[in-house]
Design a protein around this ligand. Structure first.
Ligand SMILES: [Fe+2]
Length: 412
């Protein structure tokens, strides 16, 4: 078989032919037949934070704009990063006014501060929130208008300043992705920005930074990584450059996540750091699916932690998706360690929801939406937003708003 013959064809899942489909700004870039694979330079290792100054200097930086949050400051990682920057005589300005589900106005504040202080390189140090805020600031430093103008695919025209991401959680994958998710608190919406232009120059991964996270956060962010891997693997844009990373992430999560939550051993945290990295590589290049499409409105309306939303939604969405990609879900069952010998692809794929539910039970995470404050009366609006989310376009099947309503109701 030729190399080309092994590449999965890009499938139109039907979203674009649904009545009422309005399209997504910049979507043309997902509609041609070309595949691409793009990742940053990756610097990995226990103690890797010490090379942050070297990384910034290699990118030509003289004054670093460090975007982070108060929890990272309290954990001592900002002081440590500043010490390493000082060692190579780099100046730094800290912007730490970032919260979970970062807001559009925090991006504006950061831009103003960056320009006032005449910085020339940006570091996002933290979980997905500081890293996505760093990306938002990077966009507006060299591009006109507001962050809302860049919602969609590949709408950023001017290159951003050099960008280094240093993750302190294992799950978001923002350090290796071309996604940024920013909240609009006035409209209670999540804004999805997808662009090659916001791929970080360097992902600096130090598993030691995971040691100060709570067990709840390790569990929720680990479920985010697992969701990235599953959704990327069954995405209509998946191909042989993304599949191995997705499958390896799934193996790593089922090997290390429970142990990481229970013991925080360095071995398990390293396993989860690599799992997050590989899932990020897979989903940045293959995009995501219905779990993320349904999770984004929950984050916008209720300020719900993204990983927690994914964990609640994942078994239900997998149950619906299985029949649309049975071979792929059978491979996922194998990666999860399910007993699949003698089973056909349908029987093997049916093992996946149970494996996920057992994992969620072992992690002690909530199983129903009411447990995290979701109200039945909000479901029609949530479903409409989810049906219009960018991530639905690459799910194995396109779900209409009415179907999504019943999906939310099934797990409320
Ligand atoms: Fe995610």
């Amino acid at each position: 078989m030729s190399i080309i013959g092994t590449v999965h064809p890009i499938r139109n899942n039907g979203c674009r032919s649904q009545p009422g489909y309005l399209g997504y700004r910049g979507m043309a870039t997902l509609e041609n037949d070309l595949l691409k694979f793009d990742i940053p330079e990756i610097v990995y290792g226990i103690g890797a934070l010490s090379s942050i100054g070297d990384c910034a200097q290699r990118l030509g930086g003289e004054r670093v704009f460090l975007v982070t949050d108060p929890g990272i400051v309290e954990a001592g990682w900002v002081d440590e990063a500043l010490r390493f920057l000082k060692q190579v005589r780099l100046e730094a300005v800290v912007y730490d006014n970032v919260v979970t589900n970062p807001r559009d106005y925090q991006v504006d504040q950061g831009v103003q501060r960056y320009l006032e202080k005449k910085c020339d390189v940006i570091v996002g140090l933290g979980g997905g929130s500081p890293m996505d805020t760093a990306k938002g600031i990077a966009i507006l430093v060299h591009n006109q208008g507001s962050i809302h103008d860049y919602v969609g695919c590949n709408l950023i025209t001017q290159p951003i300043p050099p960008l280094i991401c240093v993750p302190t959680t294992a799950g978001t994958g923002s350090d290796v992705s071309q996604f940024a998710i920013i909240a609009d608190p006035k409209k209670k919406l999540k804004l999805t920005i997808l662009s090659r232009a916001i791929m970080p120059d360097i992902s600096l991964i130090d598993p030691k930074l995971l040691t100060t996270k709570s067990t709840e956060l390790i569990a929720a962010t680990g479920m985010d990584a697992l969701t990235h891997a599953i959704e990327a693997y069954v995405s209509s844009l998946a191909w042989p450059m993304t599949d191995p990373h997705a499958i390896h992430c799934i193996e790593l999560v089922f090997t290390h996540l429970v142990n990481a939550v229970q013991t925080k051993s360095m071995d398990s945290l390293e396993g989860m750091a690599i799992a997050s990295l590989e899932a990020g590589i897979a989903f940045s290049n293959a995009i995501l699916g219905a779990v993320h499409a349904l999770a984004h409105p929950l984050g916008g309306l209720y300020d719900l932690h993204h990983g927690l939303a994914n964990a609640i939604l994942l078994p239900m969405v997998v149950n619906k998706n299985m029949e649309h990609a049975p071979e792929k879900f059978a491979a996922i069952a194998n990666a999860m360690g399910a007993e699949t010998r003698g089973k056909d692809v349908y029987q093997a794929s049916a093992c996946v929801p149970e494996k996920i539910e057992n994992l969620i039970a072992a992690l002690g995470l909530p199983r129903r939406l009411y447990q995290v404050g979701v109200k039945p009366e909000d479901i029609p609006s949530l479903a409409r937003q989810a049906s219009e989310d960018l991530c639905m376009l690459t799910n194995p099947h396109c779900y209409l708003a009415e179907e999504i309503e019943s999906m939310y109701r099934e797990i409320i």
